[in-house]
Design a protein around this ligand. Structure first.
Ligand SMILES: Nc1ncnc2c1ncn2[C@@H]1O[C@H](COP(=O)(O)OP(=O)(O)OP(=O)(O)O)[C@@H](O)[C@H]1O
Ligand SMILES: Cc1ncc(COP(=O)(O)O)c(N)n1
Length: 271
């Protein structure tokens, strides 16, 4: 059994964060483990509070996993504050951690700062150089690079600039862009060439945790032994099916769908 670890925040309503990651790992037939960086109180309508886990306990959680278990892939999501980021980076460096997928979570769909603005520099200098792939959405890529993103060309330019910060691969996600083509286009850059992953834009309000789900699907596919290009391709199909089958719970932005049978039927998963 392949094993993946998520280092992220807890989302009470289960659509994003640790909960989305573990559901995604399970749907891929990958054994999921978690290091919780922060506990959020949130639902489909908003985030109402955040408790950051102490750095001592974060370090102990990471050590507890790596001292005992071989980890095939790591997904990093909400990292909240500078000390948390420094602890995660220094602790992961102690182990020869492979297949690190970094989702640079900054602001929730409901507008809450999940990364303290002053922690941006630490994320750039400490975590980006450790990552096999980083998966910013357009607003996150803008914050990291200072480039205003309105077109595929802007996404490519931002991807190159982020690559130069020391990461192996960059996937700039286009879900937030209303492009003329009416497609959700993600751009992958590996330092040499670009690849484009496209799907139709699905008209739904229920997109809570789409970024968490995509990044943990990439981590699952890397854990299963796929290369980066194939992992992103499979993960893009996974998130598209997950959004197509998203549903309403509560009064706000509902979650995506992680039921195993759906993905098996679509031929996305091994028997
Ligand atoms: N309405 C949509 N229809 C189809 N695909 C979408 C839609 N919205 C997002 N996607 C796709 O979902 C994936 C996640 O992209 P998105 O830009 O939403 O990430 P994100 O903003 O980081 O998510 P989150 O807000 O959960 O952190 C990408 O592959 C993107 O192209
Ligand atoms: C713990 C946690 N991690 C990540 C997100 C981002 O997801 P979204 O942008 O869909 O709100 C979130 N809301 N909560």
């Amino acid at each position: 059994m392949k094993k993946a670890l998520t280092i992220a925040g807890s989302d009470t309503c289960g659509g994003a964060g640790i909960q989305a990651d573990l559901k995604t790992f399970s749907a891929h037939g990958v054994y999921g483990m978690s290091v919780i960086t922060a506990v959020t109180a949130q639902n489909t309508q908003g985030v109402f509070g955040v408790l950051d886990v102490t750095v001592d306990i974060i370090e102990k959680q990471i050590d507890a996993i790596f001292d005992d278990i071989d980890v095939d892939a790591v997904k990093i999501g909400m990292v909240s504050q500078t000390d948390t980021i420094k602890t995660i980076a220094s602790t992961l460096k102690k182990y020869s951690t492979k297949n690190i997928v970094l989702d640079p979570v900054m602001i929730s769909k409901s507008g809450y700062d999940l990364l303290k603005p002053e922690a941006k520099e630490a994320l750039i200098s400490e975590l980006i150089p450790l990552a096999t792939i980083i998966t910013p959405n357009a607003p996150e890529a803008e914050v990291i690079t200072g480039i205003k993103i309105e077109s595929i060309q802007d996404m490519e330019e931002a991807a190159k600039k982020i690559y130069d910060l020391g990461v192996e691969n960059v996937l700039v996600k286009g879900g937030h862009l209303s492009l003329e083509s009416k497609e959700a286009i993600d751009v992958l850059y590996n330092g040499q060439d670009f690849r484009y992953y496209k799907s139709p834009i699905i008209e739904t309000k229920n997109t809570h945790g789409t970024g968490c789900t995509l990044s943990s699907a990439i981590a699952s596919n890397l854990a299963l032994g796929n290369n980066i290009e194939r992992s992103v391709e499979l993960a893009k199909s996974y998130i598209t099916i997950a959004i197509e089958n998203s549903f309403s719970i509560g009064k706000g932005v509902g979650p995506t769908h992680h039921f195993y049978e759906l993905y098996k039927k679509a031929g996305l998963l091994s028997e």
